[in-house]
Design a protein around this ligand. Sequence first.
Ligand SMILES: [Fe+2]
Ligand SMILES: [Fe+2]
Length: 313
Amino acid sequence: MNESSSLETLRDTLINSSGSTPLSDRFRALFYLKSIGSNHENDPKNAQLAIDYISQAFNDDSELLKHEVAYCLGQTHNLNAAPTLRNVLEDLNQQCMVRHEAAEALGALGDSNSLELLIKYFNDPNELLEIKQTCELAIERIKWENSKLSKEEILQKSLYESIDPAPPLPLNNSTDKIDKLKNILNDNNQPLFQRYRAMFRLRDLGTDDACLALSSGFNDDSALFKHEIAYIFGQICNPITVPSLIDVVQRDYEAPMVRHEAAEALGSIATPETLPVLKNLLNDKDEVVRDSAIVALDMWDYENSNEIEYAKV
Ligand SMILES: [Fe+2]
Ligand SMILES: [Fe+2]
């Protein structure tokens, strides 16, 4: 399998139709399909097929794979992915991380047609906190994207290709001050969207001090909030974050969602001290963390080898 494999070969690898496809190959197939699904302006027919094939993976059992599937659909800029994502959010048989990622993906697509559904889950007192908070962010992101403010604000151009759950705070004097951003980040009285905007501003500053400010967020109560910081650390790849990621991944009280993201971040940073930690996680009590260790070790090997090409995420 490679980038020019047929769509059907990629689908078969993704959904593991042989029954013996390694998880890391399934992820690679997903990333290739995602780039085809994103190309809907130039090749709408294949883009639609790619979206349909990716969506078939929601029948799988792997929480890790399916959450990545939802994430990838949200990154395609392709609104044809929205109906499937809405179904996944509504499907209470899907695991928490999968439904979370589906809600976040609807926000990433900026899909105004999903607002009603997102508001419903945000207001549902019986809903899991991770889902409610994700819906809150997705609602605010969609509103922001369609607001006058988004046209007026001047944002630093991101170094990363990801569509994030919130834009960074706009450029002005106070948003270059790390202490001020750190205060907003950790201020439970601020709306979550605003705290995320400070988080992404810190990511885009990207200095050692900005990373240390971000790691202070690992003391928060919200699993969602902490998993996003771990995700960002996997993007920044600054070794200064390694001690805090190792601490988080080894907390036995920590939510699997957070530990999963910390494991994958360690796989991308891939410094020598991360290897024994990741190997240990292959026997973790949580399946999603064990699966993350497989993926993280694959990334670790890549970072420490001379391979030129890994699926472009
Ligand atoms: Fe997530
Ligand atoms: Fe994740």
